[in-house]
Ligand binder design. Structure first.
Ligand SMILES: *Cc1c(COP(=O)(O)O)cnc(C)c1O
Length: 352
């Protein structure tokens, strides 16, 4: 293979995909004429209501530009400068946000703990409460869970509840990083669970509801499941430089995606492409690092195999240890591309 093979970014990230057609059409629809600014517009009101409908509850909803802001501002709402946030050691909050959570807490500390499958269990979290002695160690203020996780696994409603109950028993708030919430919702819907079942009904206080990886641009929602928890959050959003003056172009996308269930259809497609990819790779003899439950596939590759796939143009990242590579699927991933990758893997793997 020559180095002139054009790069294919399909599996590098769910962010390499463009806008879903419903989000794109909504941008044009929102471009119809003078409309109130700073979120005082009909699109924003409708998007808020559609999000309340998703969760079948009277949530308070805010919009920010990205997931780091959603997570950091949501966590700061519950934590003072001497508090800590407990999260998984592979969570985006700890590994991918350049200590923005600590910055917005004004000095707090993120405490990362291990747990199998990229998930937290009560037994993993419990020891943190025994750490330190009194005022000499930061006081735990919030627990953050990721759904779907950074490894493409899912918390069941019972698993969320178990860890949320422990957090609440110690006076912590429970945050869910839902950058890939749509993928989790689509996968769990197939098991009979509604979004409410694995959020507020399971003890989640605040959710970072991802729009971007679902097929929108530059928009994430922060959803507080009880009104009193959202007190003065609008000031935090503004001070955090996250209030969009033309907010309608963010919220119109939510309207387009939520109005007729496109968000779940697109997420279900991404999940199905991940399953297709996982099956094809397994059939070609690949070992997966973890069983895929959402839209990511994590495959074990030797350095030679990874190099050979890169030489065929495939762009993707090493993610788990020295040998686990991440392949993300999105609303835009085509079955033919999945099959082409799997065929290339089979060719590469059969070489000695
Ligand atoms: C992508 C992602 C985010 C958001 O990242 P930004 O680049 O800040 O938008 C947050 N959490 C997880 C788990 C993610 O995968």
């Amino acid at each position: 293979m020559s180095a002139s093979v054009p790069p294919d970014y399909t599996f590098a990230s769910d962010n390499t995909a463009g806008l879903a057609p419903e989000a794109l059409a909504a941008l044009t629809a929102a471009n119809a004429g003078p409309t109130p600014s700073y979120g005082n517009d009909p699109w924003t009101a409708r998007a808020r209501q559609l999000i309340r409908d998703v969760f079948a509850t009277d949530a308070e909803v805010f919009f920010v530009f990205n997931g780091t802001a959603a997570n950091s501002l949501a966590l700061a709402q519950f934590c003072r400068s001497y508090h800590s946030v407990i999260c998984h050691e592979f969570s985006h909050v700890d590994t991918d946000e350049c200590s923005a959570p600590e910055f917005f807490l004004g000095g707090g500390k993120v405490i990362a703990v291990p747990g199998p499958g990229c998930k937290l269990r009560p037994a993993d979290v419990e020891p943190v409460f025994a750490r330190g002695h009194g005022v000499h160690y930061p006081k735990p203020g919030a627990l953050s869970l990721t759904q779907a996780t950074e490894w493409g696994t899912l918390y069941t409603p019972d698993e969320v509840r178990a860890v949320a109950d422990l957090a609440h028993a110690h006076g912590l708030a429970v945050h869910m990083d839902g950058a890939r919430f749509a993928n989790a919702a689509a996968a769990l819907a197939a098991r009979g669970h509604a979004p409410a079942d694995f959020t507020w009904r399971a003890g989640v206080d605040v959710l970072s509801f991802g729009g971007t990886k679902n097929g929108m641009a530059t928009t994430e929602a922060v959803v507080f499941f009880r009104a009193e928890l959202a007190r003065e959050f609008e000031y935090r959003v503004k001070q955090g430089a996250q209030l969009a003056s033309k907010q309608r172009f963010a919220t119109a996308q939510w309207c387009g995606m939520l109005a007729d269930g496109a968000w779940l259809r697109h997420a279900a497609h991404a999940n199905a492409m991940a399953q297709r990819l996982a099956s094809a790779l397994r059939a070609a003899g690949a070992r997966l690092s973890v069983a895929p439950e959402a839209n990511g596939v994590f495959v074990e590759l030797t350095p030679a195999q990874a190099d050979a796939l890169a030489a065929r143009g495939w762009q993707f990242y090493r993610f788990i240890g020295a040998t686990g590579y991440r392949l993300m699927c999105s609303w835009a991933t085509e079955a033919a591309t999945v099959d082409r990758f799997a065929a290339d893997f089979a060719a590469v793997a059969s070489r000695r």
